[in-house]
Write a protein that binds this ligand. Structure first.
Ligand code: GLN
Ligand code: ZN
Length: 760
């Protein structure tokens, strides 16, 4: 029999019950017992779903009230001193304070840093590591959950973040601290955990080590060997789980670890399967992650059966099946989607459906599939056939247009130096021109109007009139503040990707397709299911209206192709690059239309460019090449006189500066205020040729920045970049702020620019 399991299941609940419960607890609306009960109910339901689907185990240890990496830190007693924890059990509120700075009990303290988990949109809490840190088992929660699952009669497999990946994700808080130096201190705690689990009757423990799909320094590779040698004595079976890519040069290392089983990602890297089997010691189990845990497409069961038939015959009972990674990264249940049409729905599978797929596939590989398995295979075949041939997906015009793209289409009509002259003539801007990143406060009134419009309480005419009022107001305020290049304020946008997705063809939206982003926060990414095209202009009427309100130049505002791709579920039947190019061409038409409507500058936001970087450095350049080309395809239709801006919300440019320069945007605005402009060094060293707006204040803070502070920051910028090429702007958009914070902040910013003009 081919055994089936999952590395993890979404914990938020089909109706985001976990979000509602934790937020209610934080607000004091429910007590601790009620929160614990909500958690226990969700776990019970999710384990039952796994058993009902026919999995051979339920997975315990994937639940978290906030984050599974934080859970591991708590289990190890890795609580930073500022949270005032000493020995013993780390209570839930301490964990919440680590996550968000405050909780119903305990003294507030600065929250731990949060960052993206590998190449996902899931954010984890970064473990803080100190020299000579001590560790000790500090939570009973995991063991309680095991008891809970066993009491419900479930066969239990436990999932835990592995010791090396926990350290890999951590941040050294002392200069020069080698994170690996702490390994010897955490391994005994891991050993104790494994022993406790075995005493509870757990047979298998899954240790997640996705660090094994990244480029590892030599000492880290050696540490893997040593660590798992040391954990060998624990009386449980250990399955090392790798995912988010192939093992690459870590294949021998992973296959040879002294453990009882290995899980590999065969969705991202199916080619590694035969190599892994060739090298797998005869006593080891191989768990094949065949069902894509990162995307929402229905599996092609027939093809997978064929691919896996060889593995089945070579491994026999040592073959296990699973999704490629935890199902945390996909929505919970497709059945909830009442508004998706039947055809589109037949192409999809969310977490609950993926459990069925794993089980069906395992039956198909075994001798005697049931009639239900045969029916599921047939349904999957039909869905795949319809995806291959559907004219909703494949559009001749889009394919032909893509084929006709020439290199010159990704090339502005003149080099920057020439364009700049033409632009400066048209725009007539002062030295140190001021602008903003696009959005202005999304007030309650705006949100209410949008909600009323969506439910039909407000007609389209009235809604659009309301938005025009907001735009006129935003323009008037910018004029009064004395800003130089204005924006319309994005009042009409719910979200920078969803807004465009709703107006483009080839996108679908779910009602309940929520995925955890961090803590109680969830996102509902659009689904790009088909060839992308633009039936009509998307932003022109707003920008045109805004321009008509003022003599100052107006900047059009678009979300870039890479960011739209990156923040959506993307089709898996063609390369990401192809989908990105289609989006790029749709945006290209929008740029042309904005220009034709008399808009003299267009900003194409690419905040997600960097997060698209592959996990392996060797693949960076090819990604960057097509990503840059896509941006340029969107932008290069603009005449020389039209100033193209781009914006990125981060400040790490050192290692990709040549690609940033290759975008050839006339102006780039970036986040720099928190780094004291030192991040401009990368631009200086590269002799970055175009204009830069290094953010002069942090929009995440409600504090009003002082004039002298911003002047001083810009002086530092001017030491690195010639003043003629510097802009003055905030770090990012202002939609999360209130007008009474925005106006004084921008007034000071404009004053700072005036002071700079006097000085230069
Ligand atoms: N133009 C967008 C805004 O101002 C950019 C947002 C972003 O960079 N994430 O809101
Ligand atoms: Zn930003």
């Amino acid at each position: 029999m081919t055994l089936s399991h999952t590395l993890g299941y979404p914990r938020i609940g089909a109706n985001r019950e976990l979000k509602k419960a934790t937020e209610a607890y934080w607000k004091g609306e429910i007590d601790r017992d009620a929160l614990e009960k909500a958690g226990a109910d969700l776990r019970a339901r999710h384990w039952k779903a796994q058993r009902d689907a026919g999995l051979d185990w339920v997975t315990v240890g994937d639940f978290a009230f906030y984050d599974q990496v934080l859970n591991m830190s708590v289990l190890l007693g890795a609580v930073p001193a500022r949270f005032g924890h000493h020995d013993g059990e780390v209570d839930l509120d301490t964990a919440f304070r680590m996550a968000r700075g405050r909780a119903p009990t305990g003294t507030p303290a600065a929250a731990c840093e949060m960052t993206k988990y590998f190449d996902t949109n899931y954010h984890y809490l970064v473990p803080e590591l100190h020299a000579d840190q001590s560790f000790g088992l500090s939570s009973e929660r995991l063991f309680d959950e095991v008891d809970e699952a066993m009491a419900a009669g479930h066969p239990v497999k436990v999932s835990l973040l592995g010791p090396l990946t926990w350290l890999w994700l951590g941040k050294a808080k002392n200069e020069g601290l080698d994170r690996l130096s702490l390994l010897d201190a955490i391994l005994p705690v891991y050993g104790e955990i494994l022993t406790r689990l075995s005493e509870q009757g757990v047979e298998w423990v899954q240790l997640d080590e996705p660090a094994l799909v990244q480029d590892l320094p030599q000492d880290w590779k050696q540490a893997f060997e040593a660590a798992y040698n040391q954990l060998q004595s624990a009386p449980v079976k250990r399955l090392v789980a790798t995912y988010f890519g192939g093992l690459g040069d870590n294949l021998q290392l992973a296959v040879g670890l002294p453990v009882d089983g290995l899980h590999i990602d065969a969705a991202r890297d199916p080619e590694q399967l035969p190599k892994v089997i060739d090298n797998l010691p005869a006593y080891k189990v191989l768990s094949v992650g065949a069902i894509d845990g990162r995307n929402i497409w229905r599996a092609d069961l027939a093809t997978l059966r064929d691919i896996l038939a060889d593995a089945r015959s070579r491994l026999g009972e040592r073959l296990w099946l699973a999704p490629s990674c935890s199902l945390l990264h996909v929505p919970v249940d497709l059945d909830a989607e009442a508004r998706l049409d039947g055809e589109l729905k037949s192409w999809l599978a969310f977490a609950r459906q993926k459990l069925d797929e794993v089980v069906t596939l395992s039956h198909l590989l075994d001798e005697a599939p049931t009639s239900e398995d045969e029916a599921r295979l047939e349904a999957a075949n039909q869905a795949w056939e319809s995806r291959r041939s559907s004219t909703r997906i494949h559009k001749v015009a889009v394919a032909e247009r893509l084929k006709a793209v020439r290199e010159a289409d990704a090339q502005r009509p003149a080099p920057y130096a020439e364009r700049a002259k033409a632009q400066h003539r048209v725009l007539d801007l002062p030295l140190f021109p001021t602008t903003t990143i696009g959005s202005f406060p999304q007030t309650n009134e705006i949100r209410t109007a949008r909600r009323d419009f969506k439910v039909g309480k407000l007609g389209r005419e009235d809604y659009e009139a309301r938005m025009r009022e907001e735009i006129a107001d935003a323009v008037a305020r910018q004029e009064a503040l004395g800003l130089d290049l204005l924006v319309h304020g994005e009042a009409e946008r719910n979200d920078m990707v969803e807004y465009f997705g709703e107006l483009l063809e080839g996108f679908a939206f779910t009602q309940y397709g929520w995925v955890q982003s961090y803590g109680s926060r969830c996102v509902k990414p659009p689904i790009i299911f088909g060839d992308v095209s633009r039936p009509a202009s998307m932003t022109v009427r707003w920008s045109e209206f805004a321009q008509a309100q003022t003599d100052k130049p107006m900047k059009g505002m678009l979300t870039g192709p890479v960011t739209i791709l990156q923040w959506s579920f993307v089709r898996d039947d063609q390369p990401r690059e192809t989908t990105c190019r289609q989006i790029a061409l749709a945006l290209r038409d929008e740029v042309a239309d904005l220009e034709a409507a008399g808009i003299p500058a267009v900003q194409i936001d690419e905040p997600a460019l960097r997060e698209g970087l592959p996990l392996r450095q060797a693949q960076w350049q090819s990604y960057l090449d097509w990503a840059v080309t896509c941006f340029r395809l969107s932008a290069s239709v603009a005449r020389s006189e039209t100033q193209v801006h781009t914006h990125m919300c981060y400040s790490e440019f050192n290692d990709i500066i040549d690609s940033i320069a290759a975008l050839d945007a006339d102006v780039i605005t970036i986040e720099t205020s928190r780094s004291d402009m030192e991040l401009l060094d990368a631009f200086q060293d590269f002799q970055y040729p175009n204009e830069i707006g290094p953010g002069v204040y942090d929009i995440h803070s409600p504090n009003i920045p002082e004039v002298s502070w911003m002047v001083q920051l810009m002086e530092k910028a001017a030491e690195r970049i010639p003043a003629e090429r510097l802009w003055v702007n905030p770090d990012c958009g202002l939609k999360t702020r209130a007008w009474d914070e925005v106006e004084p902040a921008l007034a000071n910013m404009v004053e700072a620019a005036r002071e700079l003009r006097r000085r230069h």
